[in-house]
Design a protein around this ligand. Structure first.
Ligand SMILES: [Mg+2]
Ligand SMILES: [Zn+2]
Length: 189
């Protein structure tokens, strides 16, 4: 049976925007996030994180650290009864330091590789699905993937709403205060 999915950006949407998260101490889950994800779990939505992590290609932090952070994220959410179904990330960036990741890939948002990876793993009802993020590339990624998008005001969101959105080709269906506000809006529909 097809299920709707909520694709969620990581930095600035789930955790506080701190630039490159190159240490576990810089990873702080934002208020309301555990409740938002728990509500999605209870309402039969798949919860899928999609994150650009070019810091890997740039040599700013290791894949081991990224995995450690994701384990920590899943474990701390689980303590609040919230479960992430999958995490997809793009470690690439063209012409960067770490050769194996220094490629022009298909998975860096706004390209749609991560949606394709998710569709291979799950039977997703894209019509009923949303992308939630704090950056214009998240909106563009949604638009390229045939997904509706929601912009949150956490992370880069507030500034994006002021400076980028007015002239931008991709429009979110709503602008929400944060992830919890976005999720409550989806569930009310
Ligand atoms: Mg972000
Ligand atoms: Zn990639």
């Amino acid at each position: 049976m097809k299920r709707p999915a909520i694709f969620i950006d990581r930095d600035g949407t789930i955790n506080e925007q701190m630039g490159y998260i190159n240490h576990l101490s810089r990873f702080h889950i934002l208020p309301g996030v555990p409740e938002a994800i728990r509500l999605l779990n209870e309402n039969n939505y798949l919860v899928i994180v999609v994150s650009n992590q070019s810091g890997i290609a740039r040599g700013y932090f290791s894949l081991e650290l990224l995995e450690q952070i994701h384990t920590y994220m899943k474990d701390s959410l689980k303590k609040s009864g919230a479960e992430i179904d999958a995490i997809f990330y793009c470690p690439h960036y063209p012409r960067s330091k770490i050769k194996e990741y220094a490629i022009e890939c298909e998975c860096r948002k706004p390209k749609t590789g991560m949606i394709k990876q998710a569709m291979e793993k799950f039977d997703i009802d894209l019509e009923q699905s949303y992308m939630i993020g704090d950056h214009f590339t998240d909106l563009e990624f949604a638009s390229n993937s045939g997904l509706k998008s929601i912009m949150v005001k956490t992370g880069y969101g507030l500034g994006e709403v002021d400076f980028i959105l007015p002239g931008f080709k991709c429009k979110p269906v709503i602008i929400a205060d944060d992830l919890l506000d976005a999720v409550k809006w989806i569930l009310k529909k």
